[in-house]
Ligand binder design. Structure first.
Ligand code: HEC
Ligand code: HEC
Length: 188
C-alpha cells in the first residue's frame, strides 16, 4: 500500500471512531435533559442513572424497548433506539460515577426503615450498595423515586419482571416501603 493510501485508511479509521464517540455522547445528552448532567438527577422523582451497573442498565432498557417492563416514559422513548445504541448507552452511563444525593428525609421514617431491612439486606445490604451486577445501587437515590418503584414491583397489574423483588415488596406495608425508601435514600 502506498503512503497516500495508508494515510487515507488511517483517516477514515479515525473519522469513524471519532464519530462513534461523538454519537454516544450526543445520545447521552438527550438522556441528561431529564436525568441530569452525567446522569446525576436533581430529583425528586427522576432517578439518577450515572453509575448504575452495565448489566442492569442493558436489561431494563431492553425490557422497556420490548414492552415487558412497565414505564411511564422510558418505554416509548427507547422504541426509537437500536440494540447497539442501547448497549453503548449502558456502557457509557455505567462508567459515570454513582453520586448519592443529600436530600431532606424524615428521621423517624429512617429509623422505622432500619427495622424493616431484613427482607432487603441479602441483596441491597444495609448500605444500599449493590451485591452483584443485576442489582442497582439504592444509596442516595431519590427517596420519592424509590418509593414509586417499590409500589410498582408490589402491584401484579404492573409489568415488572423481577420475581424476587416482587416477592420482597409484597411482604411490606405502604408505610414500611416508604420507610425503607427513605432509609436507603439517606445512605451515603
Ligand atoms: C423525558 C424525560 C426522560 C428522558 C429524555 C430519559 N428518561 Fe430515563 N427515565 C425517565 C423517567 C420518568 C424514569 C422513571 C421510569 C419511568 O416511569 O419511565 C426513567 C428511568 C430511567 C432508568 C431507570 C433508573 C433506575 O434506577 O432503574 C434508566 C436506566 C433510564 N431512565 C435511562 C435513560 C436513558 C439511557 C435515556 C436516554 C436514551 C433516558 N433515560 C432518557 C425520564 C426520562
Ligand atoms: C433477592 C434479591 C433482592 C431482594 C431480597 C430485594 N431486592 Fe430490590 N432489587 C433487586 C434487583 C435484582 C433489582 C433490579 C430488578 C429489576 O431489574 O427490575 C432491585 C431493584 C430495587 C429497586 C428499584 C431501584 C431502581 O433504581 O429502580 C428498589 C427501590 C429496591 N430494589 C428496593 C428493595 C427493598 C426496599 C427491598 C426489601 C423490601 C428489596 N429491594 C429486596 C434485588 C433484590
Amino acid at each position: 500500500m502506498g503512503i497516500r493510501a495508508t494515510i487515507a485508511v488511517f483517516l477514515v479509521g479515525l473519522g469513524t471512531s471519532a464519530h462513534a464517540a461523538d454519537s454516544v455522547e450526543a445520545l447521552a445528552s438527550t438522556c441528561n435533559n431529564c436525568h441530569g448532567v452525567n446522569g446525576v438527577s436533581v430529583g425528586p422523582t427522576m432517578p439518577s442513572i450515572g453509575g448504575l451497573p452495565q448489566a442492569y442498565l442493558t436489561n431494563v432498557m431492553l425490557e422497556w424497548k420490548s414492552g415487558t417492563r412497565f414505564s411511564a416514559t422510558m418505554g416509548r422513548l427507547l422504541k426509537g433506539y437500536s440494540d447497539v445504541q442501547i448497549a453503548d448507552l449502558a456502557a457509557y452511563f455505567a462508567k459515570q460515577p454513582w453520586v448519592p444525593q443529600a436530600q431532606k428525609i424524615d428521621d423517624a421514617r429512617v429509623r422505622l426503615g432500619a427495622q424493616s431491612l431484613k427482607r432487603c439486606e441479602k441483596c441491597h445490604g444495609n448500605d444500599g450498595l449493590p451485591r452483584d451486577g443485576e442489582t442497582p445501587p439504592v444509596n442516595g437515590q431519590w427517596a420519592d423515586y424509590l418509593y414509586l418503584e417499590s409500589l410498582k414491583y408490589r402491584d401484579d397489574a404492573v409489568g415488572m419482571s423481577n420475581r424476587q423483588m416482587r416477592g420482597a415488596m409484597k411482604r411490606l406495608s405502604d408505610e414500611e416501603l416508604r420507610a425503607v425508601s427513605d432509609y436507603y435514600a439517606g445512605q451515603k
